[in-house]
Structures are given as C-alpha cells and as structure tokens.
Design a protein around this ligand. Structure first.
Ligand SMILES: [Zn+2]
Length: 670
C-alpha cells in the first residue's frame, strides 16, 4: 500500500460523510467573498474567517433551498442544490488542502479544526427532508440521459444517508457522522504526526546508492537518523543489502501511528457499524458498496477470490524462483519475508533481466519527469501547458494552466511535489475548485513527496503519472453543466482506472525516450527499456496478491460486527492472500490511511486495474500513442466525469461491457 497513491477521494470522503456530494465549487457570482484563494495565507485568523464565511453561506443557501415553494424544477431547485454543494464542497476542500500543505503549523491546525465543521453542515444537508422532497418533486420527463442520471444519483445518495427516516434517526445519523469525521481526522493526524526516528549505524546503509549515503550522514551521536518520509525509507527496501537493516526499517515503518491508532481505528469501525445498522443495513460494507459498480460485499469478496485464483500460479512460480535466488545471495534465508521482496526482486531482475534499478534511476529526475509527462499529455490529448502567474504557499510549489488544442482554458493546477516539514506525507490529487461550464474553471493540486533534485526511481515516475491522471480527469471533466456531475460523483470503484491506465505509458520506449536521459544527456537506451519490460512481469502476480490482502483487510474489517481484535484479523487476511507472512510485531493497519477514506472498498484498486487493462486493449489495437484513440477516450470516458454510470462509459468506449479477461491474462503472463 505504500506505493499505491491515495486517490482523489480523500477530501471528498471527508466532506461527504453521507452522500458522495461533489467536492464542488463556490458559485463565483453568488459567492464573491469565497473567490479569493486562501491557499497562501499565513494567518490562522484568516482561515477561521474563511471557515465562518463558508459555513454562513452554506447555511444561507440551505435555508433558501428548503424554503422554496411552488412546482420544483431542475432550473431552480436543482441549480440551487448544486450551488449549495459548490459552496460546501469547494469551501471545504480548499481548507482541507491548507490543512495538509501550509508551511505554518497554526494555519494547518486552524484548517484542520474547520474541516469537521463543514463536513457536519454537509451531513445536515444530506439529511434535510425538505431538500430531499424538493428534489424528489422535480419532473424527470424530458430530461436528457445525463441530467436524469445525475438527479437519480443525488436521490439515491439521500436515501443511503437515511433522509427518509424519522427525526430521531436522522438526528442520530447526524451525530454519528460528526463523530466519524472527527475520528477519521484523528486517525490521519496520528499517522502524519508520527515522523519517525529510525537510528542506524552508518555501516547499516551498505548497498544503498552513493547519493543516498551522501544525503544521510551520521548525526553528532554517530547514528544515521531516518524519518518515515518515502525518500528516506523506500531506497532502504530497494537497496539495503543487510537483511537486518531492511527488517528494522520495515518494522518501524509498519508501526507508524501505533499504538495511538489502535483504539482510534476500533472506534471508527464501531461507529460506522452503528451508522449502518441505524440506516437499516447489515454492516458498513453493505452500505458503502450499495452505489458502487460492484454492488455488494459478497461480489467484492468473490472478485478478490477470483483474482487470487488467477494470480496464484504465477505468484507461486515467482516466489519459488525468488527463494532459490535469495538463498544464493544470503544462505541463511529459509523463508522470504516482505522486507526481502523489493531488495531480492531488484537483484534478481538485475541478474536475470540485466535490469539494475540504480542504472535505471540515473535517467530520471523530477524535472525531467515533469517535462516528459507534460509532453505526453500534449502528444495524446493535444494539451498545452503555460505557467500560471499566481501566488504559491511555498517556494517549491509551481502553478500551471492547461489549454486544449483550440486554445480554450481547460483548468489550472498547482504542483507541490517535494517533502517539507509538516506536509502531507503521501501522494494525492486534491480538488480546489470544481469546474462548471460557463461558471468557473476547475482548479486542482498534486501533492507528493518526490526528491527535488538528483535521481528519481522509475516507480516514482509511475506514481507521478498516476496522480497526474487524476488531475487531468478532474480538469477535463470540469466542464459539465452542474458541479455535481464532476468526477467526484463518479463511482469510486471506477475512479482509479484512468490513472492506472496511464501508468502503461511509463513502460513505453517511444514515450520514455522523449524525456529520460542521464546526467550526460544520453537518452535512455531502447535495450534497457526492453529489459525493464521483461523484468516488469516478474513479481507482478505477487504484488497483486499483496493488494488483495489489503483489500481483504478493508472488506473484512467492515463486513461484520466489529467485535474482533484488529491484529489477528489483519494477519489472517494477509496470510490468506499475500505471498508474504505479516512481519511479527508490526501493526500496519495503524497507518493504513485508506481504512478511513476508503473504508471497505480498498478492493477498488484491483477492480479498477482490471478496468484499466480492459480499456488499454483499445489503445493496444491502434498503437498506444495514437492520438485518435486518445481523443475518443478523453471525450467518451474522461469528459463526462460523474454524469454517467461508469459501466456506460466503458460500454460506450469499448463497444461492449467490462471484461476481466485482460487482467487475468496479464496475471498469467510470464
Ligand atoms: Zn490514484
């Protein structure tokens, strides 16, 4: 899970405790006072004032909508509903981004304190019977398919939130949602605030690249001190030749947030179970899957077992080969542990496929990757990028505008890509303004933790492109008629597919040769890329089985009464799916942030990979850099955002329903 980026939904999931309301935008005309960006403020008072303004505008818009009289219409009632979503969604997601990125601690704290207040108001909106009644009364006759779908989806959200229940039940739901939001924030804060201080002797770093060793000199006490930031820990798993170094670092890393999050997570599970029961559902997994592509937890469980069966032969063969190999490197090894996987797989790839991760690394830097990704977007989608002259919250942050071929402004975005004290320590896309055609241009941000200078892992380039996929999806889909038709209302179990699809291009020589070059300026050799691709398949089935393990933890924590202990349940699910046993003494669920944001539906990563590979078949047929297929894809799949069912988007693009065959074939490939 450490390599798979959090999706775009983190903000949405916090704001939309009930219905998956659009992370939507403030209506520029109606809400001029929210137009000014507060992303760069250094004043906690300014955050508090903005928070109050969002809440006041939200309350006002809610009261006006509830008081509407006469026949309900799309033009009046639904538009007012959409504006309310924009006020709360955009107001909330901007403040949420500040809580994760402001260089000023007091500002982050003020923003963090505001998030549950806005979420709380969102819950009230999601439980407003008068609003539900107005929306229900809108005539559906004559609506086009997208409008009809959007209206129906909003009503489904309301029913899932319990709006048709009595007053006492609705009050209880409101209280539970508020508690759940607060517990979720605590869960995230405990992970984020656990910085880590892993003490190693300088000689423990044997095997790590020289640039890493140069950047990690011992302190006055004679020890090298590592934090839990990716650039500190990931290279250890990849390159540290001492097994004990890898074990110690992984054990520490997998105890982030623990023991603090043991009780926090238990109460999160308990409150969500209580919420599901209050709403008439057997458990939280049943509630949360009801509006997904997959439909119910049983289908999700069957899907996991299905993929597990397809992955098993390949994964077993990989493991046997890896163990035989590992014994030649370190004869004391009798069983492979998870902290051996990256290191031994790298060595094996280097030997068998002659792929050396350190050699590959020299062809990538952050700047080259960014240039290359922009170029790829130009080649595929005709995108043009120009610097956006706007204030930023840290000198390392850059700002950009994206135009289409005709010169139309598609959207704006920030890149906050390098580690910084107190900053969000994962990789994610954040919404700032949801685009609405003719009303406001979409704005987003990527927040990641890549090294600012020096070599960059190929896997990091892949993550960069993955997150960029979420960003362009948000921008291209930001031109619908209503904010609630944006990407954030697309089914969760589809939302990773476009990003996972894009990952394919960082394995394509014609794409890599446009930007990957070593410090001497020599482009990456075609033969090296061919070897990387040969080595790519090795360990792939194993890695997906690992993801199935995390998905099973997520599903099984939520598909029953939470009267079990967290650690044994975690270990049981990992043992059932993953090729590696749990590391004794580790408590990885305490830092498994998706257990809050994704709850039971972490399966979506595997599910949407299956979708991505199915979509990829259309590109493979035409040649993967064919701009005509890319343009069809942008128009048919990306631009509609959440205004259509994901099954329909897939059917429209492929000319047939979703099939899992491409994924199963990939898992069986050698
Ligand atoms: Zn993602």
């Amino acid at each position: 899970m450490n390599r798979l980026p959090i999706a775009v939904l983190i903000a949405g999931s916090i704001l939309s405790s009930g219905p998956a309301f659009a992370g939507a935008a403030t209506d520029a005309a109606a809400n001029a006072q929210l137009k000014e960006s507060i992303l760069t403020t250094t004043s906690a008072a300014a955050i508090n004032a903005r928070c109050e303004a969002v809440l006041a505008l939200g309350e006002k818009a809610k009261a006006e909508l509830e008081a509407m009289k006469g026949p309900a219409t799309l033009a009046a009632d639904f538009a007012a509903f959409d504006t309310l979503q924009l006020v709360l969604g955009d107001g909330g997601q901007e403040i949420y981004l500040v809580s994760q990125t402001s260089p000023v601690k007091e500002v982050r704290e003020a923003a963090e304190a505001c998030v549950p207040k806005i979420s709380d108001l969102g819950t009230k909106v999601s439980l407003s019977r008068p609003i539900f009644d107005r929306l229900t009364a809108i005539p559906t006759r004559g609506l086009d398919a997208r409008k009809a779908f959007t209206l129906q989806k909003m009503l489904t959200n309301y029913r899932l939130a319990g709006v048709d229940k009595d007053d006492a039940t609705r009050a209880k739901v409101t209280a539970l949602q508020k508690e759940i939001t607060e517990i979720g924030l605590k869960f995230a804060a405990n992970i984020r605030d656990d910085k880590g201080d892993i003490k190693l002797k300088p000689e423990d770093l044997t095997g790590l690249p020289q640039d890493y060793i140069d950047g990690h000199k011992p302190a006055a006490d004679g020890f090298v001190h590592l934090t839990y930031d990716y650039p500190d820990v990931i290279p250890v798993f990849d390159f540290a030749s001492k097994r004990e170094t890898r074990r110690v670092v992984q054990l520490a890393y997998r105890n982030r947030g623990w023991p603090a999050n043991e009780t926090v997570l238990k109460s999160l599970l308990a409150k969500r179970y209580e919420l599901a029961q209050t709403l008439g559902y057997a458990d939280y997994a049943t509630l949360i899957t009801a509006d997904k592509m997959i439909g119910n937890p049983q289908r999700a469980a069957t899907f996991l077992d299905d993929v597990n069966a397809a992955a098993k032969p390949g994964a077993d063969a990989d493991m046997a080969e890896l163990l035989t190999f590992a014994k030649t490197v370190d004869p004391s090894i009798t069983r492979l542990e998870s902290y051996d996987n990256s290191y031994m797989s790298n060595l094996l790839r280097k030997q068998k496929y002659a792929v050396d991760a350190a050699e590959v690394r020299q062809y990538f830097t952050y700047d080259k990757a960014r240039t290359g990704i922009f170029q790829l977007m130009t080649d595929l989608f005709g995108a043009q990028f120009k610097p956006w002259n706007t204030p930023v919250w840290d000198k390392s942050v850059s700002a950009w505008e994206l135009y289409d071929k005709s010169g139309k402004l598609v959207g704006r975005f920030y890149l906050d890509m390098h580690p910084r004290e107190g900053k969000f320590n994962h990789a994610a896309q954040f919404g700032i303004r949801t685009g609405v055609e003719g009303r406001q241009v979409p704005v987003g941000a990527l927040v990641t933790n890549f090294p600012a200078t020096g070599p960059m892992d190929h896997g990091d380039v892949e993550t960069f492109l993955h997150e960029f996929g979420h960003l362009i999806h948000a921008l291209y889909s930001g031109h619908t008629e209503y904010g609630v038709q944006s990407m954030s209302n697309l089914q969760w179990d589809f939302i990773e597919a476009p990003s996972q699809l894009l990952e394919e291009w960082v394995w394509n020589y014609d794409t890599l040769k446009t930007f990957a070059a070593n410090p001497q300026g020599q482009p990456i050799p075609e033969a090296l890329v061919a070897k990387m691709n040969a080595g790519r398949r090795f360990g792939e089935a194993t890695s997906w089985k690992g993801q199935l393990g995390y998905a099973a933890v997520s599903l099984n924590y939520y598909n029953r009464k939470p009267d079990f202990e967290l650690s044994p349940m975690y270990d049981e699910q990992i043992a059932r799916y993953s090729q590696f046993p749990p590391v004794p003494g580790s408590h990885p669920y305490a830092s498994f942030g998706h257990l809050d944001g994704y709850s039971a539906v972490y399966y979506t990563y595997v599910w949407s990979k299956a979708i991505a590979l199915d979509l990829f078949t259309a590109f493979q047929k035409a040649g993967i850099r064919d701009p005509k297929v890319a343009e069809r894809y942008r128009q048919i799949v990306l631009e509609p955002g959440g205004s259509q069912d994901a099954n329909v988007l897939i059917q429209n693009f492929l000319g047939r329903p979703l099939s899992l065959e491409a994924f199963k074939t990939e898992l069986q490939k050698k």
